[in-house]
Design a protein around this ligand. Structure first.
Ligand SMILES: NC(=O)c1ccc[n+]([C@@H]2O[C@H](COP(=O)([O-])OP(=O)(O)OC[C@H]3O[C@@H](n4cnc5c(N)ncnc54)[C@H](OP(=O)(O)O)[C@@H]3O)[C@@H](O)[C@H]2O)c1
Length: 259
C-alpha cells in the first residue's frame, strides 16, 4: 500500500508553469495534482475529463495523436499560462494483440507511433521556443514504459514506440543541455490505473490466471500507485535534479531484472 507522504513543499514550484499531457486520470492526474500541490500552475489535455481530473488545473479538451491536435493544445496552453517551465509528456494508450506480432494491423502501428512517441516529439517541438524563453532550469519529462526495456509480443507496437521515445529523449537532452534545459525519462512498471488495468486483465485472461497474478512478482511487494510516478516527476522537474539530464529513472518496485 502507498504510504502517505508528508506534505510536499507547497512553494517548490511557485511561479512555475507546467504543461502535462493526459492529465485526466491515472498517472497523469497524479502528476498534475503533485505539481499543483507544489505551487505550479498547470494546463493539461485529454479527449475527455473525468472525475479524477484535478479541478485546479486548466483542462483543454483535445486529441494529441495528430500534429494539428498537438498544435491546437500547445497554443491554447501557452495562451492560458503565458509560457512554460515544465513539460510532461504522459498521454499514451496501448491495445493488446494476442494473435502474434504480425496480427497488429498497419494502422495500429501508426496509431501507436503517433500517440506514444510522435505526440511527445511534436509537443516538445511546439513548446521549445517557450522553454528557451523560460531559460535554464526548464525541463521536459517523458513518461516511457517498462515495455520498452522488456518487450512483450502483445504490446510490441507500444513498446517499440516507447523505445523510440527513450532514444529521442537522450538525443534531445544532449542538444538542449547547453541551454540549461533538462530532458529526462521515467520508466514506470506496473501501476494501477484505468488504462493499464484493462491491459493487465487481457494478459490475465489470456493466461487464465487471476488478475493479481500479473503483478505478483514485484520485489517491493505491490503494484505502483500513480503517486509513486508523480513523486519521481516532482523530483526530476525540480531544481533538486538540476544536475540530472538524459537519465531514464526506472520506478517499478524492482521488477526490471537488469540495469
Ligand atoms: N499504468 C501503468 O502500469 C504504466 C506502465 C508503464 C508506463 N505507463 C505510462 O504512463 C503513462 C500514463 O499511463 P496510465 O496508466 O495513467 O494511462 P491511462 O489511465 O490510460 O491514462 C492515459 C491518459 O492519456 C490520455 N490520452 C489517451 N489518448 C489521448 C489522445 N489521443 N489525446 C490526448 N490525450 C490522450 C487519456 O485521456 P483520454 O483517453 O480521455 O484521451 C488519459 O488522460 C503513459 O505514458 C503510459 O504509457 C503506465
Amino acid at each position: 500500500m502507498f504510504r502517505t507522504l508528508t506534505s510536499p513543499n507547497p512553494t517548490e514550484f511557485a511561479g512555475k508553469r507546467a504543461i502535462i499531457t493526459g492529465g485526466s486520470r491515472g498517472i497523469g492526474a497524479a502528476i498534475v495534482q503533485r505539481l499543483l500541490d507544489g505551487g505550479a500552475t498547470v494546463a493539461t489535455t485529454a479527449r475527455n475529463a473525468t472525475d479524477e481530473t484535478p479541478k485546479a488545473a486548466t483542462f483543454i479538451q483535445g486529441d494529441i495523436s495528430t500534429l494539428a491536435g498537438v498544435q491546437a493544445f500547445t497554443a491554447a496552453a501557452l495562451n492560458e499560462l503565458g509560457g512554460v517551465d515544465i513539460v510532461v509528456n504522459n498521454a499514451a494508450a496501448a491495445r493488446t494483440h494476442l494473435g502474434g506480432i504480425s496480427s497488429i494491423p498497419d494502422e495500429e502501428w501508426l496509431d501507436a507511433l503517433n500517440l506514444n512517441y510522435l505526440s511527445a516529439v511534436r509537443v516538445n517541438n511546439a513548446l521549445l521556443p517557450a522553454l528557451r524563453e523560460a531559460g535554464p532550469g526548464s525541463v521536459i519529462v517523458n513518461i516511457s514504459s517498462g515495455a520498452a526495456l522488456t518487450p512483450v509480443p502483445p504490446l510490441a507496437h507500444y513498446g517499440a514506440a516507447k523505445a523510440a521515445l527513450n532514444t529521442y529523449g537522450k538525443a534531445l537532452a544532449s542538444e538542449l543541455a547547453p541551454a540549461g534545459i533538462r530532458v529526462t525519462t521515467i520508466t514506470p512498471g506496473n501501476v494501477l490505473t484505468p488504462g493499464a488495468d484493462v491491459i493487465r486483465q487481457n494478459f490475465a485472461d489470456a493466461m487464465s490466471v487471476p488478475l493479481a497474478d500479473v503483478t505478483a512478482g514485484i520485489p517491493l511487494g505491490r503494484p505502483g500507485d500513480p503517486r509513486d510516478i508523480a513523486e519521481a516527476v516532482a523530483y526530476l522537474a525540480s531544481d533538486r535534479a538540476q544536475w540530472v539530464t538524459g537519465a531514464n529513472l526506472i520506478v517499478d518496485g524492482g521488477e526490471l531484472p537488469v540495469i
